[in-house]
Design a binder for this molecule. Structure first.
Ligand code: PMP
Length: 360
């Protein structure tokens, strides 16, 4: 009998490899766009005390209504316009599950966060890719506007990972007018961007705009896994229907609520990261990088000769982990470097300067 049982992976997934965040244990980890300062002490204390009160033996609130209410009050929307997920990643998956699928189209603008295309594949959603302009990675606006007319989900990332640029909210408003489906603006890094960059205000006048946010980046909570989507009620209802009911567990809900309540406590760290980003950007321009793109995120994308070898040497000789995009489409010879603490940034600047000297 046993020999008759066939365990076969779906044919269309035969070449799929598990998502690889490129992690390895190094002294300085600048590869995952985390907040290097961690939680402010007062938030950590409040989070630990909230965890102590968690009813571990009970299932959590399935939709995390308490957390949804806190997020709704913060952003001036209704609970019915908020849904939380096990990281922003899960919400991207659920969006594609509910609004993508066979016969549906995702508009993707590479180079960008690779998870969109991966989850499109998993959900059998067709991808229409409109590559960004090669020189500055700005969007090819005309082509995006045109493609949006026949896409079910338009994914716009602002600031974009890994290129760091934002989109103009006024342009997104006009895109939403023309789009047939949902325009999702992934604002995972928006807290690091200039004032006025967010597209969240567009939700008031545009019934097809959704905004993705996460606690993983500015709010130093990548380990807990919680993100949220601000979206029209119909989108929230669609995601609620496909989502795993308890995907944000009781600890995640409790800690995220503490973070929302103490969100002002992160302001100093965010300001420092923004200052350090500018310092890192200009210092890297003196180290032999051919190109250092201006960034509105907590990371900087650089292009340098022999980037893959530089990535390996940073890791193996300097114990600094960066993100190697040198073999990714549109990003030849590019590395992404997360903004670290001032000391970490000094180390990466010095390391790249010494590699740059060798090759000049
Ligand atoms: N969007 C973008 C653009 C990202 O870079 C990331 C994380 N790398 C996410 C969403 C999802 O983050 P998380 O799942 O940690 O909330």
């Amino acid at each position: 009998m046993a020999s008759d049982i066939r365990i076969r992976l779906r044919d269309d997934l035969a070449d799929l490899k598990p998502y690889d965040p490129g992690l390895s244990a190094q002294e300085i980890v600048l590869s995952a766009n985390e907040n290097p300062f961690g939680m402010p002490d007062c938030v950590r204390e409040a989070a630990l005390s909230a965890v102590a009160d968690v009813a571990f033996e009970r299932y959590p609130d399935p939709l995390a209504d308490g957390l949804r209410d806190d997020i709704a009050a913060w952003h001036g929307v209704e609970r019915s316009q908020v849904i939380v997920g096990n990281g922003g990643d899960e919400l991207i998956f659920d969006l594609l599950l509910a609004f993508g699928g066979r016969g549906r189209v995702l508009l993707d603008c590479p180079p960008t966060f690779s998870i969109y295309a991966l989850y499109a594949k998993l959900t059998d959603t067709e991808i229409v890719a409109i590559p960004r302009n090669a020189a500055d990675f700005s969007l090819d606006r005309k082509a995006v506007e045109h493609a949006a007319e026949s896409a079910d989900i338009v994914m716009i990332t602002s600031p974009n990972n890994p290129t760091g640029n934002t989109v103009d909210p006024d342009w997104v408003a006009s895109l939403a007018e023309r789009a047939r489906g949902i325009v999702v603006v992934d604002e995972a890094y928006i807290e690091f961007a200039d004032e006025g960059s967010s597209c969240a205000g567009l939700m008031r006048d545009h019934g097809n705009v959704a905004i993705l946010r996460t606690f993983s980046k500015a709010f130093a909570l990548a380990g807990v896994r919680c993100g949220y989507l601000l979206a029209p009620e119909g989108v929230v209802d669609g995601i609620a229907a496909v989502r795993q009911p308890y995907s944000v567990d009781a600890i995640g809900q409790a800690v995220s609520r503490v973070v929302v309540a103490h969100r002002d406590a992160y302001e100093d760290a965010i300001a420092t990261i923004k200052e350090e980003r500018e310092r890192l950007t200009s210092a890297l321009r003196d180290t032999g990088c051919i190109e250092v793109w201006p960034s509105q995120g907590n990371f900087v994308l650089v292009r340098m000769p022999g980037a893959h070898a530089a990535y390996e040497r940073l890791r193996d000789e300097f114990s600094i982990l960066t993100r190697d995009f040198s073999r990714s489409p549109f990003l030849s010879d590019c590395l992404r470097i997360t903004v670290g603490t001032p000391q970490e940034n000094d180390r990466v600047i010095a390391a790249l300067a010494s590699l740059g000297k060798e090759s000049s």
